[in-house]
Design a protein around this ligand. Structure first.
Ligand code: PHB
Length: 567
């Protein structure tokens, strides 16, 4: 460790990496001690700090990533600007060809995805933004390899031979019929040379049986280096390697040319922005990464004692702050964006650089920017989460607190559809599972969802629904229902008493997305004979609304990456 680097930040990153690399979603401290080689007390302090910052959550025994950890990957994606600039062109290409399209960048001797526009088909395997593939087993790798330094090339050879760095890919165990490292090297060299001559590269089931991809480089027009590669990805059930190339290569090349122009354009617009003296206004003009607003360092008000590693918190804030500007940030800009002393920000940058998450863009070492490997800090993992994954821990906690079943549902036409449910183990409980549907008008979640609709849509839905009496309590008068929904909107919750089924009382609160729209509802269902309405309001309601707010905050952190309505 260099004299100036920050040990708690290094340890924090090691723990985060180990959690992200684990096959399980939730990891116990003991496993992290084994994986990182750190002392138990160190692991505990790191976990406690990361949990305090809401990058991790714990159920008391094991720790898992919280949606807020997407901020790290978001910082890289915003700073490099590739999604902002290239995604519209990638979407258009996918539409025109009716095939999946992705954009990847070089990351060491790997290839990391920064854009994925998948076409949903039965036979698709789609990688996520943030996923890393070994260069020798995908199309973009052959386009990036000619740019490797001698040192990178040597590292790659060592990895193939099984003695490479553990952080990337472990070598496949030797098996009869599997190519030797030497054979892999020479086959890759051949593909790399062919790709350099032709200007495109092919993956004919190198990474996955059935998966075929054609890729072309996206060059930086200033220096001719490949900054990215754009791929069209299909399946052997639709295309042979030859037919995919015939189908896609022309449009792929045109798109890459447009991408190059768009990148050059966005760079010159960013440079045309008058820089402030220190270059320090993170929000200045087009230099701002449009989709990203890092939070300032959130220093805890009270002394959190030896379990709070302040320099870890500050180092991560520096990493996140690097997302606030394209084209790199000066030390002064980082200090200003985080509110940290320059010396503190500088030590954090040095540590992040040593750890391979940050580099300097200029030879003078003044402009710092995050690297693609930042995406390994949970981004791909969190992108892969479903709505059910996200809400389940919240429902467990709610159900544990109120000793009743809890669910989340979305609106599907005139019905609600359950996306997650946690049932108590009482004998008497409704037989409901994920995917179960009920008429919206007679359920608490339905009422919350209807109440959240714009007026015209709500009225149209009520008008189109046959309001049948499901019990002797069901509201069937459209005017009464409309009035009830107005009250639900004003109160912020719905209580429905035995209108769906006799004996069932249910209370629901709205879940909102990052735009503030009601996209789901969370409820607690109770036995009417056991829980009276007053108890529900006094005891259940506060826990329910707190849960709705926590779920909404998690959805906000996921942003557009999670489509709740489609769950
Ligand atoms: C992908 O985007 O999933 C992809 C792209 C290129 C490959 C393999 C997979 O070679």
């Amino acid at each position: 460790m260099a004299a100036e680097s920050v040990a708690p930040l290094e340890r924090g990153l090691a723990v985060l990496r180990a959690i992200c690399a684990s096959l399980d979603d939730a990891v116990r401290p003991g496993d992290l001690v084994r994986e990182t080689g750190l002392a138990r007390s160190t692991v505990d302090r790191v976990l406690s700090t990361l949990t305090h910052l809401d990058f991790l959550r714990s159920d008391g025994r094991a720790f898992s990533l919280a949606p807020r950890a997407m901020q790290f990957g978001d910082a890289y994606l915003a700073a490099c600007g590739l999604p902002d600039v290239l995604e519209p062109l990638a979407v258009r290409l996918a539409d025109e060809l009716d095939e999946s399209v992705s954009v990847a960048v070089p990351d060491g001797d790997g290839v990391r995805f920064v854009i994925q526009i998948p076409r949903r088909r039965t036979m698709t395997l789609s990688f996520r933004v943030g996923d890393l593939l070994p260069a020798e087993r995908c199309a973009p790798g052959a386009l990036f390899a000619p740019q490797w330094s001698a040192e990178q090339r040597a590292r790659w050879s060592r990895r193939l031979a099984g003695s490479g760095p553990p952080r990337l890919f472990s070598p496949l165990p030797p098996a009869p019929g599997r190519p030797t490292p030497q054979e892999v090297e020479s086959a890759f060299d051949e593909r790399t040379n062919a790709a350099a001559k032709a200007g495109w590269a092919l993956d004919d089931q190198l990474i996955e049986p059935g998966l075929i991809a054609v890729a072309v480089p996206v060059l930086d027009l200033a220096d001719g280096r490949a900054v990215a590669a754009v791929s069209v990805v299909s399946h052997s059930s639709r295309h042979s390697a030859d037919s995919l190339r015939a189908h896609a290569l022309g449009r792929l090349r045109e798109t890459a040319a447009q991408m190059q122009e768009a990148l050059a354009d966005s760079r010159s617009r960013a440079q045309a922005e008058p820089r402030r003296a220190s270059g320090s206004d993170p929000g200045a003009g087009t230099g701002l990464a449009a989709s990203f607003t890092p939070a300032p360092v959130d220093e805890p008000k009270r002394d959190l004692g030896p379990h709070y590693l302040r320099s870890l918190a500050r180092g991560l804030a520096v990493l996140v702050a690097l997302g606030s500007k394209r084209g790199g940030m000066t030390l002064s800009a980082v200090a200003e964006a985080t509110g940290l002393p320059r010396a503190t920000a500088r030590r954090a940058l040095i540590t992040l650089r040593e750890q391979g998450y940050v580099d300097c863009l200029d030879p003078e070492g003044r402009l710092f920017a995050p690297l693609p490997s930042v995406l390994e800090l949970g981004y791909a993992r969190l992108c892969g989460r479903t709505v059910e994954d996200l809400v389940r821990p919240h429902l467990l906690e709610l159900s544990r607190k109120v000793h009743e079943s809890a669910s989340v549902a979305v609106l599907r036409g005139p019905e609600i559809s359950y996306v997650a449910r946690v049932a108590t183990s009482r004998i008497m409980q409704a037989a409901i599972t994920v995917g179960t549907r009920f008429p919206a008008y007679a359920t608490s979640m339905g009422r919350v969802l209807l109440a959240g609709l714009p007026d015209a849509q709500r009225e149209a839905r009520i008008a189109a629904t046959d309001l049948r009496a499901l019990t002797r309590f069901t509201v069937t008068d459209p005017a009464v229902l409309a009035e009830t929904l107005r009250r639900v909107a004003a109160d912020g919750y719905a209580l429905v008493d035995q209108e769906l089924e006799e004996g069932l009382r249910s209370m629901a609160a709205p879940v909102r997305d990052h735009r503030g729209r009601v996209v789901a509802a969370v409820n607690v269902s109770m036995h009417a004979g056991r829980v009276d309405a007053d108890h529900a309001r006094e005891v259940v309601l506060p826990a329910l609304t707190a849960t709705a707010e926590r779920i909404s905050a998690d959805l906000a952190a996921m942003g557009d990456r999670l489509d709740v309505a489609a769950a």
